[in-house]
Design a protein around this ligand. Sequence first.
Ligand SMILES: Cc1cc2nc3c(=O)[nH]c(=O)nc-3n(C[C@H](O)[C@H](O)[C@H](O)COP(=O)(O)O)c2cc1C
Length: 189
Amino acid sequence: MLHAIEQRRAFRALDTKPIEKETLLHLIEAAATAPSGMNNQPWRFVTTTEPERLNALKETLSPGNYWAKRAPAIIAVVTNNEWSMKLGDRVYAPFEVGMATMALQIQAVSEGLIIHPIAGFNEGAAKEVLGISEEDSLMVLLILGYPGSEEGLSDKHRQGEHSARERFPLDRIHAFDGWTGEMNPKATT
Ligand SMILES: Cc1cc2nc3c(=O)[nH]c(=O)nc-3n(C[C@H](O)[C@H](O)[C@H](O)COP(=O)(O)O)c2cc1C
């Protein structure tokens, strides 16, 4: 399983080839398996493939996300803190929608797709395009496509297609039996 999970990277070299509806629905099936407090399931997904709507959605992208304009499908991930369990200051909606979205992404990779989450878009404009209510949170757009050519990518993004994954060493994010100094985000070691 770890090997399968490791295949997911935020790649950008997309093919414009359409993705079958059946395949796209497998991703949502995977997302729907996620756990949630009181089984509230505070995740919603809107998948856009219809060309006119897709183009309108792409108009909301930040300039740095130019590469996403080749995507044949984009999934909007929506939640609202009111839809989940709350225990004091612990509001579970973002945590749970994150778990669901990770399952969705792993399934996408297993279907041979690139899937790349982005926050770089105009949220208000994107919600308007998709008919999502103002009070709900459009957390990310998941940019989808089969792997394609690197032509059209900036030099930086082309390099990114081949770079090693950058992550903290495990002892900065985990300890057995109690918190350690290394786990403080401000630790310099
Ligand atoms: C919430 C979120 C927002 C992101 N926004 C963008 C974005 O706007 N543009 C972009 O190119 N990548 C975006 N990314 C992708 C990250 O840059 C990428 O996941 C990170 O650099 C780690 O690389 P990896 O996923 O290949 O391991 C985002 C990822 C997440 C989870």
